[in-house]
Design a protein around this ligand. Structure first.
Ligand SMILES: Cc1ncc(COP(=O)(O)O)c(C=O)c1O
Length: 381
């Protein structure tokens, strides 16, 4: 039987009609890939589906590098930083003066905001989107301009542009691509023509935290633009596809003049030694990315099958999370999910009857799907 229909049949067996056939978790075929190290649940037994982490855990190569790296933990990490710059520069095909590092990509976002802050500054961003940039800008006199996503849940680049052009001071345009929490992509072409025409006062902060998960042919990374355009910073992370969220390493890619502008705001001695050796090792693990993408796709298919069966709307996802309708009040839903052993995503106004669900291991998502079916029987969703 074709895998998807097999799963759907399994779901029907526990479905809305209340039949209690084989539990769905037991119907999931043995997966191709086992978790490598990281236990999929937190210590209290709750399965964490709230922070878009990678349930597979660290690359074995990164794990070994960290254990071996402990011998050097008493030393400042200058050589490690060099190794990270060299590895990233080879990986991206760009000289190292295009790169800067942070303790997670959140630090890249923070220093970019700080470097562009100033009197009359504007920050233009979508709603909903990832909240770190607006929140880091709060101590500074930024005027915040939010622009709703289009009906296709893409960034409304036309409206963002006209809002940005109303200002005369420094402006940050934050584009999360793919977007968190909606999971879809925004085609780069209209952003590219705007970037070319905008002056250096306008910074395009392009957050590509989830780019490795994307298979939409309309998607393009913005990295090639940094060669000629000093008004672009592309933000990447080792937290998601490389499963290093707890170890903290992100990087910014920009024109060398932009890297110099950012430099006074960056933390000296980034990255920490263990993050650095883990990142270098992860980049050499050619299997890790494919394995993470495959497990994520399997989990996502399972969840979308359940949502289809329940008639709950969801947004097509190019990431490791899915935004789906819950047809109930979010706080109550989250509490009920916690009682059922799942921690799910925070609120993303204005989508307050939607839930952002991170993908765990397929067997966890099968249990999650059964929980959704149970919620339907109780008339909770
Ligand atoms: C879009 C986006 N950017 C940046 C981050 C920050 O991640 P980190 O600091 O772990 O790299 C996240 C985390 O969830 C995210 O979703």
């Amino acid at each position: 039987m074709e895998r998807r229909s097999f799963l759907r049949t399994g779901l029907a067996g526990v479905g809305v009609a209340g039949l209690t056939a084989t539990p769905l978790a037991a119907t999931v075929a043995p997966r191709a890939f086992a978790p490598i190290f990281n236990p999929r649940a937190s210590a209290d037994g709750v399965v964490k589906l709230s922070s878009n982490e990678n349930p597979l855990g660290l690359s074995p190569a990164a794990r070994d590098a960290i254990v071996n790296g402990l011998d050097e933990a008493n030393r400042y990490p200058g050589n490690t930083g060099d190794a990270v710059y060299t590895a990233l520069s080879d990986f991206l095909g760009l000289s190292r003066d295009h790169l800067f590092l942070g303790a997670g990509s959140t630090e890249i976002l923070r220093v970019s905001v700080q470097a562009w802050a100033g009197p009359g500054a504007r920050l233009v961003y979508a709603q909903p989107t990832f909240e770190d940039v607006p929140s880091y800008s709060r101590p500074f006199p930024f005027e915040h301009v939010t622009v709703p996503l289009t009906d296709d849940h893409e960034h409304d680049i036309g409206r963002m542009r006209s809002e940005a052009e109303k200002g005369s001071g420094p402006t940050i345009v934050y584009v999360c691509n793919p977007n968190n929490p909606t999971g879809g992509i925004t085609p780069v072409a209209p952003i590219e023509s705007w970037m070319k025409e905008a002056g250096e006062q306008t910074l395009f902060l392009i957050d590509e935290a989830y780019f490795e998960f994307v298979d939409d042919p309309r998607y393009r990374t913005a990295i090639p633009f940094v060669k000629d355009m000093p008004n672009v910073i592309v933000v990447r992370t080792f937290s998601k596809i490389y499963a290093m969220a707890g170890i903290r390493l992100g990087y910014g890619v920009a024109h060398p003049s932009t890297v110099r502008r950012i430099a006074p705001f960056t933390t000296r001695n980034n990255p920490n030694h263990l993050a650095g050796v883990a990142a270098v090792a992860s980049l050499t693990d050619s299997e890790l990315v494919g394995r993470s993408v495959a497990v994520n796709a399997e989990a996502r298919d399972l969840v979308t099958g359940a949502l289809d069966d329940l008639g709950l709307e969801y947004l097509p996802s190019q990431t490791n999370f899915i935004m789906h309708q819950i047809r109930s009040e979010l706080l109550t839903y989250n509490n009920r999910m916690m009682d059922a052993g799942f921690s799910v995503g925070r609120p993303f106004p204005p989508m307050l009857d939607w839930s952002r669900l991170s993908m765990g291991m397929p067997e966890d998502m099968a249990r999650f799907a059964e929980t959704l079916m149970d919620f339907r029987k109780k008339d909770w969703i």
